[in-house]
Design a protein around this ligand. Structure first.
Ligand SMILES: O=C(O)CC1=CCC(=O)O1
Length: 740
């Protein structure tokens, strides 16, 4: 392989299985196995087979010499046989090298050995890809995104549905390659015209032993001119390459500057030689390029029609494209694995893109809703007029409200409900759940995956389809819950050597609520890490319900990712509850704790469940208005209307499922009995005007945590840290520094 292009075109473990050294090894392994099989069948003496096997060491031969000598005989197997025979010292053993075989037997069998070894290596990378995709699918099951048709924005989906589609295609391609790996690599042993005449009656026994020794399939008969083993393998590899190319292409499209929904992140990779601002998705690009080689190679293999009993040029035409196809497909899969492991997902950008049409994305839904009153054609026409009016000047909802034909047909609340993307996802969760269940089925032992190859077990009976792991919620089948922590969006500021402080946000907000805290803490020598709670901000939105332990484990994973063993935790409201959970269940990781505007028993579970249901049914617009009224005192809201409107938008932009699933967590939270076990020095801060969690709630926490202190801060409502950052900062600094 080229030194210049090899690292790009021959990435991953398959490259080593398809080079000259691999071929030479395979040719010699095949000759050694043939000698052993002849001995097994009693055709030659075992010591002669051992003498031949001892000479089948690749380091004894020079690939260039073998290749040069092949020009005299038309294939490298014949020159290997010559060189090998010359190496076997015992003339009697040398006389039975290659007995009964023809060059094509050795070339074809070596090709099958190469295929088996390459596919085994490829399947490891492929399994890693599907695992990464399954994880993305779980984590982003409810991350709102744009669904595109003919590259135009069409309807809402979740990003998890996109990755579920990739997962499903890759899983199916993987099944096919696995089936091919189990069924196709067979020994070739037929002699000159497929009769094994030179072995008399010992041909079949030798053939069986040959297959056994190489751990390959024994075919019904020699397949010198039946090339379906090659073409079937090529077809499966070509299909896999196409699946990889589609994913790579989607990744490059979604990472375009204007779209920006995903990006690859790896230090030192992805820069442009001329444009410093560019962040190229290099691994996805290389996956596409490697996969693009496959169709031509498959075509060449399909075209190699063999003649009569042994072809003249047909099998000779296969070696290179077959090897290249294995290498290119292996490289494509390897690059895809690299791309997926480097991938960052940008849910906030997805929501921005989702809002780009000002709601017109839901036009299909609105016109469908109007069919009973207006008929299909008129509904389509009227909605089309609203889309045209909304174009860049007016929100689609406003255009609908102002259209004379719709007066009396739809009120504003109905219009808002119709243009809410999170409630128009159809069977997204069902499909996504089915893709994940199918993937889980593939992972089970004996399901035709790598482990069944390792044990040599046959592929499973039946169609291999697993039952979807689905839950039923509110009569709607939903996908499976995420297991394990989610990769939260997080930011680290300040000197990496300072004591770490972790800032955890409230329900319906994101890490931006701590903007006023970063600089003062960094200036005081702290390293500040802040993150968006799952389902919020730029973090993934797995399907709910979530639990407090889920949120706590997410934080632990953030700390691991930043290499932080122990830190101080400052949280507000739900973020403070998560901090309390961490201090109770991961006590070694929490230095000091500040719990702001919070409660250990946040109230009536029915109310939280009702709020979750409302978010899921109606979207976030209505929730946001009520929420921001709890966040700020009326005086503050009157004095800072633009600021408060921005905070309302923060909640309105929170994914409905993320918000609702956190409400599910709140319904179940009761930390009161756990508080006495907290050992971290704790400061509890309540605000005097908090309508959500009163000072009594804060005091109840402080009373139960040994040594905890409690303060009430005046002139602030529930988002006290934002309304009165100065007072909170002073109290926090005091608490953190007192113990330094
Ligand atoms: O939104 C509320 O009612 C108050 C709240 C509860 C948990 C949280 O983070 O905010």
């Amino acid at each position: 392989m080229s030194e210049l292009f090899g690292p790009l075109r021959a990435a991953g473990p398959v490259a080593a299985e398809t080079g000259d050294a691999a071929w030479l090894t395979a040719l010699l392994d095949v000759e050694a196995a043939l000698a052993g099989a002849l001995a097994d069948a009693g055709v030659i003496a075992p010591e002669h087979a051992e003498a031949i096997a001892a000479a089948c060491k690749p380091e004894l031969y020079d690939a260039a010499e073998i290749g040069a000598a092949a020009t005299a005989v038309g294939n490298p197997a014949a020159s290997v046989v010559r060189a090998l025979t010359a190496r076997v010292a015992d003339p009697a053993a040398a006389g039975v090298v290659h007995l009964g075989a023809t060059s094509q037997d050795i070339m074809d069998t070596a090709a099958m050995v190469i295929a088996a070894r390459s596919i085994d290596a490829l399947l490891v990378d492929l399994a890693a890809c599907t695992e990464l995709l399954a994880r993305l699918t779980e984590q982003h099951a409810a991350t709102p995104a744009v669904g595109r048709s003919l590259l135009q924005q069409a309807l809402p989906i979740t990003f998890g549905l996109t990755t579920a589609g990739w997962l499903s295609a890759l899983g199916a391609a993987s099944d096919r390659v696995t089936q091919v790996r189990v069924a196709q690599p067979a020994v070739q042993f037929g002699g000159a015209v497929g009769t094994l005449a030179s072995l008399g009656a010992d041909g079949p026994a030798t053939s069986a032993a040959f297959a056994r020794r190489l751990n390959l399939v024994e075919p019904e008969l020699p397949w010198h001119t039946d090339r379906t083993r090659i073409t079937e393998t090529a077809g499966a590899l070509g299909t896999l390459a196409a699946a990889v190319a589609k994913i790579g292409r989607d990744l490059t499209l979604l990472s375009q500057t204007e779209i920006g929904e995903v990006s690859e992140h790896a230090p030192g990779h992805g820069g442009s030689s001329t444009m410093p601002h560019k962040r190229n998705s290099i691994a996805a690009v290389c996956a596409v390029a490697a996969a693009a080689q496959a169709p031509g190679l498959v075509a060449t293999l399909l075209a190699a029609a063999p003649d009569l009993q042994r072809g003249a040029g047909a099998w000779h035409a296969e070696w290179q494209p077959f090897t290249e196809l294995l290498r290119s497909t292996g490289s494509a899969v390897s690059w895809l694995r690299t791309s997926l492991s480097r991938l960052r997902i940008h849910p906030a950008r997805m929501r921005r893109n989702l809002a780009a049409t000002g709601g017109a994305l839901l036009a299909e839904r609105v016109s469908t809703a109007l069919i009973p009153q207006l008929g299909r054609l008129t509904a389509h026409e009227v909605v089309g007029e609203c889309v045209a009016r909304a174009d860049g000047r007016l929100a689609f909802a406003d255009a609908l409200q102002g259209h004379p034909r719709l007066a009396g047909l739809l009120d504003r609340a109905e219009i808002d409900a119709l243009v809410e993307p999170s409630t128009y996802l159809g069977s997204t969760q069902f499909f996504l759940g089915r893709a994940l269940a199918e993937h889980a089925g593939r992972q089970r032992p004996g399901a035709g995956n790598r482990s069944s190859l390792d044990t040599g077990a046959p592929p499973p009976a039946g169609d291999g389809h697993a039952e979807p792991v689905a839950v039923v919620r509110g009569g709607v089948r939903a996908g499976p819950r995420t297991t394990g922590p989610v990769d939260l969006r997080s930011e680290s500021s300040g000197d990496g050597s300072g004591e770490a402080v972790l800032l955890v946000n409230a329900l319906g907000s994101d890490l931006s609520i701590w903007d006023d805290y970063v600089r003062p803490l960094v200036d005081n020598g702290f390293r500040v890490i802040r993150c968006d709670t799952r389902g919020h901000g730029d973090s993934p939105v797995p399907l709910g319900p979530y639990s407090l332990a889920d949120l706590g484990c997410d934080l632990e994973a953030v700390l691991d990712r930043h290499g932080v063993e122990s830190e101080h935790v400052i949280g507000i409201s739900l973020g403070a509850m998560t901090g309390l959970w961490l201090a109770r269940h991961r006590s070694q990781r929490v230095g000091r704790l500040v719990a702001c505007c919070t409660s250990a028993r946040p109230g009536n579970p029915q109310l939280w469940r009702a709020r979750a249901a409302r978010a899921r049914a109606e979207g976030m617009a209505a929730i946001a208005t009520a929420s921001v009224e709890r966040w700020f005192t009326p005086e503050f809201a009157a004095a800072h209307p633009t600021f408060v409107a921005g905070k309302r938008l923060l909640t309105a932009d929170t994914p409905a499922e993320g918000y609702a699933a956190c409400c599910d967590a709140l319904a179940d939270i009761d930390l009161l009995d756990e508080l006495p076990a907290i050992t971290a020095p704790t400061l509890v801060l309540s605000t005097a005007q908090d309508p959500a969690f009163t000072p009594d709630d804060g005091k109840a926490i402080a009373d139960r945590i040994p040594g905890a202190r409690f303060r009430i801060i005046d002139n602030a409502a529930h988002l006290g840290t934002v309304e009165q950052p100065g007072s909170f900062l002073a109290a926090i600094a005091d608490h953190l520094q007192e113990f330094s």
